[in-house]
Design a protein around this ligand. Sequence first.
Ligand SMILES: NC(=O)c1ccc[n+]([C@@H]2O[C@H](COP(=O)([O-])OP(=O)(O)OC[C@H]3O[C@@H](n4cnc5c(N)ncnc54)[C@H](O)[C@@H]3O)[C@@H](O)[C@H]2O)c1
Length: 449
Amino acid sequence: MHITIFGTGYVGLVTGACLAQSGNHVVCVDIDEDKIARLTRGEIPIYEPGLEQIVHDNVRSGRLRFTTDAEAAVAHGMLQFIAVGTPPDEDGSADLQYVLKVAATIGAHMNDYRLVITKSTVPVGTADKVRDALAQALNERGVDVAFDVASNPEFLKEGAAVEDFMKPDRVVVGVDSDRAAEHLRALYAPFNRQHDRTIVMDIRSAELTKYAANIVLATKISLMNELSQVADRVDADIEQVRKAIGADHRIGYHFIYPGCGFGGSCFPKDVRALAQTAGKLGYETEIINAVERVNDRQKQVLFDKLSAHYGDLAGKTIALWGLAFKPNTDDMREAPSCTLMEALWAAGAKVRAYDPEAMKETRRIYGERADLTLCDNAEQAVEEADALVLVTEWHIFRTPDFADIAQRMRAPVLVDGRNIYKPSYVAQAGFTYYGIGRSAASGATRHVV
Ligand SMILES: NC(=O)c1ccc[n+]([C@@H]2O[C@H](COP(=O)([O-])OP(=O)(O)OC[C@H]3O[C@@H](n4cnc5c(N)ncnc54)[C@H](O)[C@@H]3O)[C@@H](O)[C@H]2O)c1
């Protein structure tokens, strides 16, 4: 099939590369000239395991091309995917300007039937707006060209995006015509060899499905983080609780890891956007609002633990391991590390940090500043530090030589933001250990309940 993808970010680039890999002819178009120039030179602008190889292979075979020429891109694909950003507006609702701009661009250039598929995460009812934008553009040209619109939300996870796209749990397709359903079933057939994972539904339900999935996952995280706060106060160990409740099949082990809050480009904005959508329709969401509030509070937990230990943090040096919002990505959007660093700087502390992939992005966001030292490796980051904070659980941080780390630090204090270390083992190396909801495990003073 001939396919055009608007937007070459995390979703657009992965979608384009994976669809080319399954034999389609794909043109990826972006308005960011620098990004397209880099992609054309063979540089991958984001870090995503396995992506570089697929992009290179398919560019070489001629099945994947990059351009800024929207007119040529509209001429290329019968299937036109919209995979541009939907950032939060001032009030938290999704900003649709980029999606609707693409729809208008397609309408301005299309001369034959086009199936316009929204892959971006968009509020329920957006397909109607896409349809209107297309119709208006055609009307302005005085032409009558047939088209369909569809919703095909994307469920890939950054850090495992290629794997998720190639082996999806399900492919959700929202359509209002048989023609659109047939094209999308054919497109996804190569990803359905084992059994059919395509779920075809009406467009509005497909649009809502994406928000529903992210909100259920975000709720699990916030709920567990709330329980970890209780565990801290009653002197219990949330990790033992987690293992015991995860064994219940109705609960399961996924997404019940307590930590320092969720970040990234999706959960925070999608939680806010659905609450906004419901609010505008006169329904105030209670649980969804609480998911966001609990998360905002949880992102402060690392700073609070450092403050509780030291009191005044002015003049202290804090080492951070991990900056990306999760492992295997360089994405820093809404990362807990940002909340922590900004609070530390406001308190007059200095930060020394190391992340395997996100240091360039950190520098881009914060620039050169005297209170931020980006280090070449994990050991360098802890030199003369008053505390070490594990923020992102990259594999490389899993089994450090704690005796050596303690030697390098001014004071052996460890805040484990992801509960990846065994408190008794760390204590043997002389560390004072603080986990998330693990006061029992770390031997803290018993509270009277
Ligand atoms: N990142 C994820 O893990 C993920 C997962 C599932 C869904 N989503 C959703 O997918 C959408 C895209 O997310 P992303 O993380 O890939 O965004 P991104 O910010 O990484 O990329 C968006 C790209 O769109 C380009 N763009 C903007 N206007 C354009 C136009 N008129 N024509 C062509 N290109 C244009 C931008 O230059 C940018 O390169 C969002 O709605 C997001 O919520 C993201």
